[in-house]
Design a protein around this ligand. Structure first.
Ligand code: E4P
Length: 214
């Protein structure tokens, strides 16, 4: 199971990278805007640090614009993966970019049908957004189960990134279903470390260590 961080904040990325468990990064325009930094600065900092897929999103809505942007973004480095929103133009752009061997991540995916089309177009990754589905009272993880099964049935090579993760249970369910990747906000990664019994255990061992005759 691969773990990506869903963030453009270099301090968060650096911290998780230092834990030795980070496989990649996903960004989007909202996350980059939050940093208050210029787009170029933000991406360069991440590229310098992370040697794994780094998703960066296009803003064009026509395929010609998406392809042009993607070719420019790809120049940031070998790990750059182009995030393309699901649409007719998005599919067309993914197809062209996959033939050019530029890595793509089809984003804003909310149904198994969309995921089938992303795989058919040759997307490297597909990003179903589970949290946003939960927000509107759909079980987000249900589509992950469907997509995992469909991709297995046809041996699609596209890797599933469980996105819009809101809590550690999303991560556990993603793992049980066999999704390839989860992309988590920093706070969720921190929560994954925590367990009250671990904290109690560490405290007790330290206290008992003090009792050992010196
Ligand atoms: C995925 O790659 C997106 O950046 C992200 O997971 C969206 O999450 P949100 O629904 O919390 O904005």
């Amino acid at each position: 199971m691969k773990i990506f961080i869903d963030s453009a904040d270099i301090n968060e990325i650096r911290e998780v990278h230092s834990w030795g468990i980070l496989d990649g990064v996903t960004t989007n325009p909202t996350l980059i805007a939050k940093t208050g930094k210029k787009f170029d600065t933000c991406i360069r900092e991440i590229v310098e640090l992370v040697k794994g897929p780094i998703s960066v999103e296009v803003i064009s809505s026509d395929w010609e614009g998406m392809v042009k942007e993607a070719r420019e973004l790809a120049k940031y480095g070998e790990w750059i993966t182009i995030k393309i929103p699901m649409s007719k133009d998005g599919l067309k752009a993914v197809k062209i970019l996959s033939e050019e061997k530029i890595k793509t991540n089809m984003t804003l995916v909310f149904s198994p049908n969309q995921a089938i089309l992303a795989a058919k177009a040759g997307a490297t990754f597909v990003s179903p957004f589970v949290g946003r589905l939960d927000d509107i009272s759909h079980f987000g993880m249900e589509i992950i189960s469907d997509i995992v099964q469909i991709y297995k049935n046809y041996n699609f090579k596209t890797e599933i990134i469980v996105a819009s993760v809101r809590n550690p249970l999303h991560v556990v369910t993603a793992g049980k279903l066999g999704a390839h990747i989860v992309t988590c906000p920093y706070q969720v990664l921190e929560l994954m470390i925590k367990h009250p019994l671990t904290d109690i255990g560490i405290k007790k061992f330290l206290e008992d260590y003090q009792k050992i005759p010196k």
